[in-house]
Design a binder for this molecule. Structure first.
Ligand SMILES: Cc1cc2nc3c(=O)[nH]c(=O)nc-3n(C[C@H](O)[C@H](O)[C@H](O)COP(=O)(O)OP(=O)(O)OC[C@H]3O[C@@H](n4cnc5c(N)ncnc54)[C@H](O)[C@@H]3O)c2cc1C
Ligand code: FES
Length: 269
């Protein structure tokens, strides 16, 4: 296994995004890129200089500006690690390992790209949408379905709109956009899609990914999902992130090393 070095990157921004108060965008520079950075890759972040908390926290790359060497993660404060991260100030140094994990695949420009993001599954889906647009995928063939519990859980909407893709916002409580789950919004639109010419990606909470996978298997949609299992080591050593495969429940994969991106239908969720 290739040795991956930690880097002490400089925080250049750590600001709240959205109206909920729990979401932050953290940008940092002075990151020396050891390999190309692609949508689906993640970073493993040490939130303090001490051993407490011991384990790094994983965050998807939300954006990358190769010219300025600036990387961005977007995160929700859910516990101790993310709460400590939210206190970081411009100029602070953070210890980061990455980019780690595999990447979303490219299905080709002819396909309609359907990106399904739930809650904090938004960052890798945004980076993927931006990457598709930058690589010349027809914007009319990119559908971004973005769901949250309530209106304030939908963040960075202007950023998605600026990409010029077809956006369906959804909220569980109906406070904004389609009322219901992202899979409901996809079911609503499915008649307008040529399923054989469609490729779906999803990232979000596991119940959402399970519903998306069931739906895809039912109607014969192909695609990929990105899993967000807790990851103690992040590099395939500790087996703390394993998941069983769907066709053979005795065969396991390491989400950090074999993923986090897997084919729809590959993993038992
Ligand atoms: C590949 C990958 C990419 C990720 N990308 C993002 C991202 O872009 N933005 C973001 O906000 N979060 C992302 N996560 C989730 C993020 O790693 C966790 O939210 C974070 O580790 C929580 O740390 P904490 O100390 O604040 O919470 P903890 O105190 O450790 O946990 C608080 C709560 O969050 C749950 N939790 C902890 N870790 C995870 C996890 N990995 N996945 C799901 N639930 C978890 C716990 O069960 C608990 O309920 C990603 C995770 C992975 C594995
Ligand atoms: S987090 Fe250790 S093997 Fe995946």
């Amino acid at each position: 296994m290739k040795k991956i070095k930690a880097q002490h990157c400089r925080v250049i921004q750590n600001k709240q995004v959205g109206k909920n108060g729990d979401y932050y965008s953290l940008k940092f520079d002075e990151f020396r890129v050891s390999r190309s950075i692609w949508p689906g890759n993640f970073l493993h972040v040490k939130v303090t200089d001490t051993v407490d908390p011991l384990f790094r926290r994983a965050f998807s790359v939300a954006d990358y500006d190769p010219e300025r060497g600036v990387l961005e993660i977007i995160y929700k404060v859910v516990g101790r690690g993310t709460s400590i991260l939210s206190q970081k100030k411009k100029g602070d140094r953070i210890d980061i390992i990455g980019p780690l994990g595999n990447r979303f695949s490219s299905p080709g420009r002819k396909k309609t790209a359907v990106l399904v993001a739930g809650g904090i599954g938004f960052p890798p889906m945004y980076f993927l949408a931006k990457n598709l647009v930058n690589r010349g995928h027809d914007k009319r063939k990119i559908l971004f379905i973005y769901g949250g519990r309530s209106k304030t859980d939908l963040i960075e909407m202007q950023r998605i709109r600026r990409l010029g893709v077809d956006l369906i916002p959804c909220t569980d409580d109906g406070s904004y956009g389609f009322k219901g789950f992202v899979t409901g919004a996809l079911a609503d639109r499915i008649d307008q899609l040529d399923t054989a010419q469609t490729f779906v990606w999803g990232c979000g909470p596991e119940p959402m990914l399970a519903a998306l996978q069931d739906m895809a298997l039912d109607i014969g949609l192909i695609g990929e999902i990105s899993l967000e299992a807790p990851m103690p080591c992040g590099v395939g050593v500790c087996l703390g992130c394993i998941k069983a495969t769907l066709d053979n429940p005795r065969k396991y994969v390491r989400v950090c090393y074999d993923g986090p991106v897997f084919k729809l239908g590959e993993i038992k969720i």
